[in-house]
Design a protein around this ligand. Structure first.
Ligand SMILES: Nc1ncnc2c1ncn2[C@@H]1O[C@H](COP(=O)(O)OP(=O)(O)OP(=O)(O)O)[C@@H](O)[C@H]1O
Ligand SMILES: [Mg+2]
Length: 508
């Protein structure tokens, strides 16, 4: 097997006086979550150590960015580990571009599969945006309408032009027939004079379909023609013989009836989410990075050891940076999942500092299979409320906790967030602690008795996280972190281990 790195290879030593153990490649592909308050040493302490170890061991990877200094940081990491040649920095004005649609088309075995893949990718990103708002009761309805709009727009585009671009999708969706009840006559007249992308595509697709039907008709024998009972029967026969006819029927029925008759409010929400999203992707710099040019890098490059860094930090590019990074992340996850680890066993990492910006609805599913696809996910975030806010508000506690359950290792740095500290404390668990009680009586002769009792108590109390070291000169650049690994016991049968990270760590 190529690039074999045994799963038992030790990456980080977590030994102590009695036991020599390592955090291994196997542990890495079970996922890592790092929590810690602002300035607690997540990035410069634990993050730095794990990143350098992955690079040293030849991992490929994808780095998502929230802050503008992450590019410099990864350049430093790659230089320190001799991996600078492997670093692919995707950024405005840079040398790299990726064409989402061409990439998906090259992966799809036919046009139907392309529609399905594109719908899946685009709707995941659109919904990731929506996850942030608290969950609504009409979610299922809204989502179905969005899926149908996406699928029919892509299908219409493919039928008319044989290919699809984000620009065309945008224009077609924008000009799809709408009830003009509220518009004055003058407005209507103005509208009808505009060149209309939807009408154009519809006309071309219809002409092609008519051509196909005519061709099909020619192939019919006299007796076959005679056996056609009525229009309905005729449509049935032609639809069975020519799949495109069936697709066109579905498109026509969607745009002329289902979507046309959708309640105005629902329709504007669906239109707005799709158009708003496409609009962002079609603006610079994302247009040049993800749709304008042919791809000169693809997710699979990571299996050859490349480290792709998307330098579109959310703090600078806001929603545009976030959407495009979630999009590429999801495409990348799908691609890594397709790989055959028995042919290429190189582990890859998915790195997201300030990870709350980059979550989508399929993350938990991908995490469940990450181990077998050798994807080492590292999510870094300050606290649990960050995740709640990005995964659906107040009602998302269960969702967030079950998602966190799919990440095998957790490291907790100093934190003032009560909820995160309580979560960490509960995760680490309770144990019977020895209590010594000395009772004295001064009645008569002085006597004192010592009593031993055992009480069930938190092994690591929430308030203890406040006092962990956070690096900097005052702490001699040391950062403390409490590690918890699912199902793992450290020496002394402890469920957690206190680790010390050095902010100036440069590999031994
Ligand atoms: N290379 C370094 N050497 C010394 N001190 C550093 C270094 N990098 C960061 N620091 C300091 O160490 C502390 C921890 O910084 P770090 O950036 O790792 O925190 P963080 O947990 O990632 O914070 P945030 O949530 O803001 O991203 C901060 O006080 C920071 O100013
Ligand atoms: Mg940080």
């Amino acid at each position: 097997m190529e690039n074999e790195l045994p799963l038992d290879t030790g990456l980080i030593e977590i030994s102590d006086a009695t036991q020599k153990t390592y955090w291994t490649v196997r542990d890495s592909v079970e996922g890592l979550q790092i929590f810690g308050g602002i300035g607690s040493g997540k990035t410069s302490g634990s993050g730095r150590t794990f990143a350098l170890k992955f690079l040293e061991h030849g991992y490929g990877g994808l780095v998502l960015t929230a802050k503008h200094d992450e590019k410099d940081l990864w350049q430093e990491y790659c230089r320190l580990t001799g991996r600078i040649e492997d670093l692919v920095i995707v950024e405005p004005g840079g040398a790299f571009s990726f064409n989402l649609i061409a990439y998906e088309a090259s992966r799809a075995k036919d046009k139907q599969a392309l529609t399905i893949n594109l719908v899946q990718v685009l709707k995941t990103v659109i919904r990731a945006n929506k996850e942030k708002s608290s969950s609504r009761t009409d979610d299922a309805f809204w989502e179905t309408a969005l899926d149908m709009l996406l699928a029919n727009t892509i299908d219409l585009c493919l039928l008319a032009y044989g290919s699809v671009t984000l620009q065309l999708l945008y224009e077609i969706a924008q000009t799809a027939p709408k009830k003009l009840i509220t518009k004055p006559d003058a407005e209507k007249a103005k509208d009808s004079g505009k060149p209309n992308a939807f009408a154009n595509a519809y006309k071309i697709a219809m002409a092609k379909i008519k051509g196909q039907v005519d061709e099909w008709k020619k192939t019919l024998s006299f007796s076959e023609k005679a056996a056609i009972r009525d229009d309905y029967h005729y449509t049935q026969l032609v639809s069975e013989a020519q799949p495109d006819v069936r697709r066109m029927n579905a498109i026509a029925s969607f745009f002329n009836h289902t979507y046309y008759n959708l309640a105005e409010k629902t329709r504007s929400i669906v239109d707005f989410s799709l158009l708003g999203f496409l609009y962002n992707l079609l603006r610079e710099p994302t247009y040049s990075l993800f749709s304008r040019y042919t791809s000169n890098f693809i997710p699979e490059d990571c299996l050859g050891g490349k480290i792709i860094l998307l330098n579109l930090p959310v703090k600078d590019y806001h929603k545009m940076g976030q959407d495009s990074q979630i999009m590429f992340k999801y495409v990348w996850q799908r691609s890594m999942e397709r790989r055959r680890v028995n042919e290429n066993g190189r582990p890859v990492f998915l790195w997201a500092d300030e990870a709350q910006h980059f979550l989508h609805e399929h993350d938990a599913d991908y995490q469940a299979t990450a181990r077998s696809s050798r994807i080492a996910t590292v999510y870094i975030s300050q606290n649990l409320p960050n995740y709640y806010a990005n995964m659906g508000g107040q009602t998302s506690e269960y969702k967030v906790k079950s998602f966190l359950g799919t990440l095998g290792t957790k490291i907790f740095h100093a934190n003032a967030d009560i909820e995160t500290n309580e979560y960490a404390s509960r995760l680490i668990g309770q144990a019977y602690m020895e209590r010594r009680q000395i009772s004295s009586t001064i009645a008569g002769d002085f006597s004192s008795t010592e009593q031993l009792s055992y009480e069930l108590e938190a092994v690591f109390r929430p308030e203890q996280f406040v006092g962990l070291r956070t690096g900097g000169p005052g702490n001699d650049y040391q950062v403390d972190g409490i590690m918890h690994m699912q199902g793992k016991r450290f020496s002394g049968n402890q469920s957690h281990k206190k680790l010390r990270f050095n902010q100036h760590y440069k590999l031994q």
